[in-house]
Ligand binder design. Structure first.
Ligand SMILES: [Zn+2]
Length: 449
């Protein structure tokens, strides 16, 4: 049994009532936290445990990202030929649905590695990914899973089924989800899987029925984009005479294992369906602002009791940037500085994101410092210039934290970054290869234009 004692930290527990334990210590045994207490007391009780001195830094649970796309990594700095896309459907067709077709097997792997380097450096230790690579589809999730295992973070993966490239590819997408849902059971416990769907507007009723059949056999929920732009709702109303969430409910796709990303344009009846079925929603404010799709009624959903989580939709794996954006976005949209209170952000990024992980790791509490919880931790070199308490921590995070303050990242008791040095991934080699591969993707992207 491997034992590691973390000493001299200011422990931010993010338990149901958040606490900051001064001069605290944590005992990690294998992949879990097995003791919490005063640093010196724990050191005296466990003299043989190897020690890692937190040197007066904050010790916090690692951040969780509820919705991301590793495959988008190579879009950074890429030009889109022609006039700038005018709206989100235009962005989908001219950027994402071309970029994903330009990806090879190796691109899939390196896109993931680039994002995993970024995640470890920014203190994000659990990620829920949504993948697409139509021309490198079979076994693509294995490429990502290999990268995740090498990196040592926690990730839940899926492949986005869509009819936009024809029925054969839709079937291949279904098969990839089914294959990986079975295969993941034999892999590292850091990995989990769900069943990915693109969005209502690119999925026929027949395909939805096939997805349900397959996922039910494997006891899986779904991970799908919902009403990111009005186009998704108009498409569903025109073709099926009902709104998107009603369509998904009728298709049997909602429930406590299913995740709906965005929900920017859903109406109150759709919210009621989401609430009644115990379905999860994820909010990605940076992406919503970038795509100019609007702002979801996050506060309304939270008041209804819908578990709204926080993701990044492929933006940097710096979740505190997402906290800050959520905090600002809803204030400007409503012209009301009382909107998106710091505790609303905590409800999404901490409480609901933590609870969301139970779909994938049902026996392992993730995202809190507690005995029995996952040993997924970060050290944050933050020395407040004003008093810091458990009560005002959200505002310190929003106004004071930078992701570069993360110095050490630990997942499942294993140190992945120590004093800003990555221990599982060779950042320089990954960066160099990524730059070469991205140039190839950009050249193929131009030809697809
Ligand atoms: Zn997305």
């Amino acid at each position: 049994m491997s034992q590691m004692l973390i000493t001299n930290g200011h422990l931010v527990t993010w338990n149901s009532s958040n606490e900051i334990i001064e001069n605290g210590g944590l005992l990690l045994e294998n992949d879990r936290i097995t003791a919490i207490g005063p640093s010196q007391e724990l050191a005296a009780q466990h003299p043989r445990a190897s020690q890692l001195d937190a040197q007066d830094q904050l010790v916090m649970p690692g951040n969780i990202c509820a919705h991301t796309h590793f495959y988008g990594a190579f879009a950074r700095g890429m030009a889109i030929p022609g006039p700038a896309p005018k709206d989100f459907p235009d962005i989908l067709e001219r950027l994402w649905w071309r970029l994903d077709r330009a990806l090879t097997v190796e691109d899939v792997k390196y896109s993931a590695l680039v994002c995993l380097v970024d995640a470890i450096k920014h203190g994000t230790t659990t990620l829920i990914d949504h993948h697409a690579s139509p021309n490198a589809l079979p076994h693509s999730l294995d490429q990502i899973a290999d990268a995740v295992e090498t990196a040592g973070v926690r990730a839940a993966l899926c492949y986005e089924v869509t009819d936009r490239n024809g029925p054969e590819e839709a079937r291949a997408g279904i098969q990839e989800n089914a294959r990986f849902l079975r295969a993941v059971k034999e892999r590292s416990h850091l990995l989990a899987a769900t069943f990915g769907l693109h969005a209502s507007l690119s999925l026929s009723d027949n395909t939805l029925a096939d997805c349900l059949d397959t996922a039910q056999d494997l006891n899986s929920g779904f991970h799908i984009h919902v009403a990111e732009h009005e186009a998704d709702e108009y498409d569903s109303l025109e073709k099926y005479g009902k709104r998107v969430v009603a369509r998904l409910a009728d298709a049997g796709l909602l429930g406590p294992k299913s995740i709906l990303a965005h929900c920017v344009h859903i109406d109150p009846a759709e919210m009621a369906l989401i609430r009644a079925t115990g379905t999860w929603v994820t909010h990605q404010p940076r992406s919503n602002m970038n795509n100019a799709v609007g702002a979801a009624d996050v506060e309304g959903m939270l008041r209804l009791g819908i578990p709204v989580c926080l993701g990044n939709d492929g933006f940097s794996n710096n979740m505190w940037a997402e906290w800050k954006t959520a905090y600002l976005l809803h204030k400007v949209v409503h012209r009301d500085p009382r909107r998106a209170n710091g505790m609303d952000i905590v409800q999404m990024a901490i409480t609901n994101n933590n609870a969301l992980t139970s779909i994938f790791w049902p026996d392992l509490p993730i995202g809190k410092l507690a005995v029995g919880a996952a040993a997924d931790l970060i050290f944050v070199n933050y020395h407040p210039t004003t008093p810091l308490t458990a009560g005002n921590l959200p505002w310190h995070i929003i106004f004071g934290f930078e992701s570069s303050l993360v110095t050490t990242t630990i997942v499942a008791g294993k140190v992945l970054m120590r004093d800003r040095q990555l221990l599982t991934l060779d950042e320089a080699a990954i960066t160099a290869r990524s730059r070469e591969l991205a140039a190839g993707v950009w050249a193929r992207f131009e030809k697809l234009s």
